[in-house]
Design a protein around this ligand. Structure first.
Ligand code: HMS
Length: 216
């Protein structure tokens, strides 16, 4: 099977979105880029992740042509492709409808960085991309207006886009963004959450980028 390992990684991440409560039914999507070929493995549109096999993950080229796969790719495929073109460091993109993060997206409200988790995994506060209609390939340009070098942003009135240097890294950003949004929400019920100073955000970010875990 073409890019079998990448297909398995994309499907595994999609199943974990359900496990972490970041999507409902067929909401959201996952893609991963193969650096050797430039091909992208992306979840098929409108299909139940729990009924998919790796072969159901669609392989497309950088122009969006199907290279291998029997299903129609995600409605957000053009948006994934746009973001990949703008950020060559990114090899994984995940779109979710995470409840706590979406509550901020419905308010068009940035999530301030009050936790080391958001500093680590997202790179600081979580910006909001302007509202765009669904399935019009407008999400990608709106995301890149606000994302910068961060690993996630909110989509006004819609959801979340999380990115990473791998599918797994994008998943971690999506999961930890929801964690940060939930903790901010809970704290705000008790008082005014205290934002981390920029220098502390940078320190926490650098630990995650350069020394955390086993990779360094
Ligand atoms: O959020 C939306 C539509 O509002 C889509 O991203 C979501 O339903 C997933 O669509 P796909 O199954 O990827 O085509």
């Amino acid at each position: 099977m073409l890019l079998e390992n990448l297909r398995k990684e994309v499907l595994s991440a999609a199943l974990q979105l359900i496990r972490y409560g970041l999507v409902t039914l067929t909401g959201g999507n996952v893609s991963g880029r193969d650096e050797q070929t430039g091909y992208i493995a992306i979840t098929p549109s409108g299909m139940d992740y729990e009924k998919l096999n790796p072969a159901d993950i669609v392989i497309i080229d950088g122009a969006g042509n199907t290279v291998d796969g029997k299903w129609k790719a995600s409605v957000d495929t053009k948006d994934h492709l746009y973001i990949y073109r703008q950020r060559p460091d990114i090899q994984g993109i995940i779109h979710t409808h995470s409840p706590y993060a979406c509550s901020f997206a419905m308010l068009h409200r940035e999530i301030p960085c009050c936790s080391t988790t958001l500093a680590n995994e997202v790179g600081g506060s979580v910006p909001v991309a302007r509202y765009t209609p669904v399935a019009e390939a407008a999400i990608g340009p709106a995301v890149m207006e606000v994302l910068g070098d961060k690993n996630a942003c909110l989509l006004a009135n819609h959801g979340v886009i999380a990115v990473g240097h791998s599918v797994r890294h994008a998943l971690v950003a999506a999961v930890m963004l929801e964690d940060g949004a939930k903790v901010y929400h809970l704290a705000s019920l008790k008082g005014e959450p205290v934002q981390l100073p920029p220098e502390e955000i940078e320190k926490a970010r650098n630990v995650f980028l350069y020394t955390y875990g086993q990779s360094s």
